[in-house]
Design a protein around this ligand. Sequence first.
Ligand code: AHG
Ligand code: MN
Ligand code: MN
Length: 334
Amino acid sequence: MSQVSLSRFLIEAQRAGEIGADLRQLIEVVARACKSISHAVSKGALGGVLGDAGTDNVQGEAQKKLDVLSNEILLEANEWGGHLAACASEEMDHSQAIPNRYPKGHYLLLFDPLDGSSNIDVNISVGTIFSVLRCPEGVTDPQDQDFLQPGTAQVAAGYTVYGPSTMLVLTVGNGVHAFTLDREQGSFILTQRNMQIPADTKEFAINMSNQRHWYPPMQRYAGELLAGKTGLRGKDFNMRWVASMVADVHRILTRGGIFIYPRDQKDPGKMGKLRLMYEANPMSMIVEQAGGAATDGYTRILDIQPTQLHQRVAVFLGSRNEVEVVTRYHRESM
Ligand code: AHG
Ligand code: MN
Ligand code: MN
């Protein structure tokens, strides 16, 4: 069979009634922006894009030049197409409405423009994560609170991983499909339909350096994984931690595993590190669409009613039998 480009895939999805023309256009535009970001990332030092921007984001994190550039690329690409009502980003204090000089559409776009910032300067995979919501009925000038919808309301979610190859992974609620960027043709080509996460795994992803700060249920779970064959679980586990969620989740979609960023006592006021709206929700939709599971230890992530745009959340996602065990340990400790 001939190659299926992302454009063809989306047109066929539209014909099948799975998406409308405006959502198709929105995804095309996000993909185009990701191509530009991929180009900038791959130039590295030659493009003058490495290093700090010299500014902090709303969460007090130092911004890298590529965080700022990727944010600008996504904003610019999306503002004039007529498919969006507003954007929100990990790198912006507040949501941003589409300027009045352009037509407004019915969708809200949220993104983590550059995920894995600490890996930029050391030439390790980074990515972009995005989530699409509907603009609430009757709202013509969306504000931050209009974005506060649970993950179940997402109409599409995806990420692009800028690794040895650039891949875009997408769901519009009909399974998870992966596209690889053909740099010569300049288009994303479908390379895997219906990705499925195995229910069982022997691989976990966590930043072990935080272990002493973890709460008891997490200590119990990790202790059993580390005990391997000699412990309760009766099998050895392997560990991987890229420190780019996109890359860790991509590995889990490809060969299984559990990704964990728990809440800890280092900063008890903080509900976790990862952001619900830009990281946890889109990744949870993708993982569930691929047969996996995602919780905050207690609750299904997609069911959480957000209260703040930049809210943080504990994340346990991936192979569903492992997510089930660690979630049970948390619930038992309540
Ligand atoms: P970002 O670069 O968008 O701020 O996200 C980084 C996140 C996530 O990608 C990764 O899993 C995690 O932070 C790594 O955290 P540690 O450095 O604490 O391991
Ligand atoms: Mn991130
Ligand atoms: Mn980021």
